[in-house]
Ligand binder design. Structure first.
Ligand code: PEP
Ligand code: MG
Length: 582
């Protein structure tokens, strides 16, 4: 059993059974080898023979695809053939073999990489993602996609009918592809070491996005058991659906506002169905990353207005572009940086490219004429970033008025607290802004100096670390002292255990991934805020993240059946727990 069971990080709940489609975005590693001068011409002949072979193979695949999927679909193979029929390209490979005495495969790799870089330099995500397009089109039955790494740009394009699960070697719960998979509701297990090697294409797998496991070649009883587990999970989910009509109030009467995080337009519905009280985090970079051109002011204004209308009477918090880091640049030409997470990201990009930022601000002001639109600034580290943003908001409001365009006179501007600098300066930032909202994904990354997308460090990425808990406390206290609202919109708010801690720390507004809204609401309704406050006090005094987690589990187990929150959680014995009879 054990060699059939791969362990990773469950990043999106749900169980999927299906054949594995193993995708390789990168070329296989080709050893660097030179040949003696006397064998150079032999390598050129090997190159020609290999090209002929591959062409025949692709032509066969194309014919098969024509039969099974149709002539248009089969055209995806033309791109490969085009390259292999490109005489100039092949001549350049042969020249490289002759000049540097390289093996045919190494010379081919060098030239292919040149072509890829030339494509990338066009900045066209369409070209860069051509591999992805081909993949989605090539999947013809419900499959589990296995990849070394999945970026947000690719995940956005997933066809949910055909992709029933995702397995990736890289990535963690807070990498953007994981956040998207969760929001979209595709089961996913990331951080599965050796997945590419150990999962043969076509192998049937059972993947469990709650437990973080991938079982290879399951037996019939194992498949039946997995399906039964998935049925139970769905039953539980539908039981939870009923709770969404009830208010999020703790047993001692503290009202918690639960908003939704919306990354893609089609999540609006899920957030509405789960009765999100507005949108606490409208990520906007996805308007860009899967497109070839920046969205116009009109397109953005329409989108923001549409979201505003969907949550009429409730706030919609637009997070201004957070480009850079692990978010793909799309039409943006961004130079590679040695340390992108510490580089040109988010508000830095917006302030350096005011024409892009101003367009977004104008669109928000226009939508704000019809809805409660607010702006939230990501990755703030300095007060002047807010000052400058506010100036731009007021300048654009003046411009719109002068132009006679219907728009609000201003919009609230909030700070996304996701750097230690912002947390430490929270009192000052609260004074110059309208609200604070904590992005715990980045706050954890920058506080613990742990790359949020690095699977090897996943054990060390812990939002319960006492250092992060203390910063969270500083922020909520600073906001309260300044009389400004404070909320949490990082993934932490979507986990029941953490939501309990956040309520205890004093946060009364949480913005949650739409699929997690019912469970978080159910949890809030089972617990007493007073009890959460005691747990939070203990967490602030704890020495380690493990201590914090233990004490949260113990306290929460007094009120709820922890098995409902985490099927593999070990329960402290003999405690009374609420089960789901909502
Ligand atoms: C965060 O960092 O917690 C956050 C909500 O923003 P994102 O995940 O988009 O970086
Ligand atoms: Mg962030």
């Amino acid at each position: 059993m054990s060699e059939r069971l791969l362990k990773g990080i469950g990043v999106s709940a749900g169980i999927a059974v299906g054949p594995a489609v193993v995708v390789r975005w990168t070329l296989p590693e080709v050893p660097h080898r030179v040949v003696p001068r006397s064998q150079v011409e032999k390598e050129v002949r090997r190159l020609r023979a290999a090209v002929k072979d591959v062409k025949r193979h692709i032509a066969e695949l194309k014919a098969k695809a024509e039969d099974r999927a149709g002539v248009d679909e089969a055209r995806i193979f033309d791109a490969h053939l085009l390259m292999l029929e490109d005489k100039e390209f092949l001549a350049s490979v042969a020249a490289l073999i002759r000049e540097n005495h390289l093996t045919a495969e190494k010379a081919f790799e060098f030239k292919a990489l040149e072509v890829r870089d030339a494509w990338a330099a066009t900045g066209s995500p369409r070209l860069m993602h051509r591999g992805a397009d081909e993949l989605w089109e090539a999947i013809t039955q419900p499959s589990v996609v296995v990849a070394k790494e999945l970026g947000p740009g690719l995940t956005v394009q997933l066809d949910r009918e055909h992709v029933v699960g995702l397995v990736s070697e890289e990535g963690t719960r807070t990498s953007h592809a994981a956040i998207l998979a969760h929001s979209i509701g595709i089961p996913a297990v990331f951080g599965v070491a050796g997945a590419m090697q150990r999962i043969e294409p076509g192998t049937t797998v059972v993947m469990d996005g709650t437990r973080g496991t991938v079982l290879l070649n399951p037996t019939a009883p194992e498949i039946a058991e997995a399906k039964a587990r998935e049925r139970r999970r769905r039953e539980l989910a539908s039981q939870l659906e009923e709770v969404v009509e009830q208010p999020a109030v703790t047993t001692d009467g503290v009202r918690i506002v639960l908003r939704g995080n919306v990354d893609l337009p089609d999540e609006i519905r899920a957030a509405q169905q789960h009765r999100a009280e507005g949108v606490g985090l409208l990520r906007t970079e996805f308007l860009i990353t899967s497109h070839t051109a920046l969205p116009t002011e009109d397109e953005q204004a329409d989108y923001y207005r549409r979201v505003g209308e969907a949550f009429a009477g409730e706030p919609v918090v637009i997070r201004t572009y957070d480009l850079g880091g692990d978010k793909l640049p799309g039409p943006f030409r961004v130079q590679a940086e040695g340390n992108p997470q510490l580089g040109w990201r988010a508000i830095r990009v917006c302030l350096d490219r005011p024409e892009i930022f101003r367009t977004q601000i104008r669109a928000a002001l226009r939508a704000a004429a019809h809805a409660d639109i607010q702006l939230m600034i990501p990755l703030v580290t300095r007060l002047d970033e807010i000052d400058r943003t506010r100036e731009m908001v007021s300048e654009e409001a003046t411009n719109l008025k002068r132009e006679g365009v219907e728009a609000a006179a201003t919009v609230p501007v909030g700070v996304m607290v996701e750097t230690p600098a912002a947390a430490v300066m929270a009192d000052r930032l609260a004074a110059v802004s309208d609200f604070l909202s904590v992005g715990t994904n980045d706050l954890t990354q920058y506080t613990l100096v742990v790359d949020r997308g690095n699977a090897r460090l996943a054990d060390r990425f812990n939002a319960h670390d006492p250092s992060v808990v203390r910063l969270l406390k500083m922020v909520v206290d600073a906001a309260r002292a300044a009389g400004k609202p404070a909320s949490v919109c990082g993934e932490m708010a979507s986990e029941p255990l953490s939501a309990f801690l956040l309520v205890g720390l004093g946060y009364d507004t949480l913005s949650v991934a739409p699929p997690a809204l019912p469970l978080v609401k159910w949890t809030v309704r089972q617990v007493a805020a007073a009890r959460a406050r005691v747990a939070a006090e203990q967490a602030l005094a704890a020495r380690t993240a493990a201590e914090v987690l233990d004490l949260l589990r113990l306290t929460l187990a007094e009120a709820v059946d922890l098995k409902l929150l985490d099927p593999d959680a070990r329960l402290p014995a003999g405690r009374r727990a609420a089960s789901l009879n909502v």
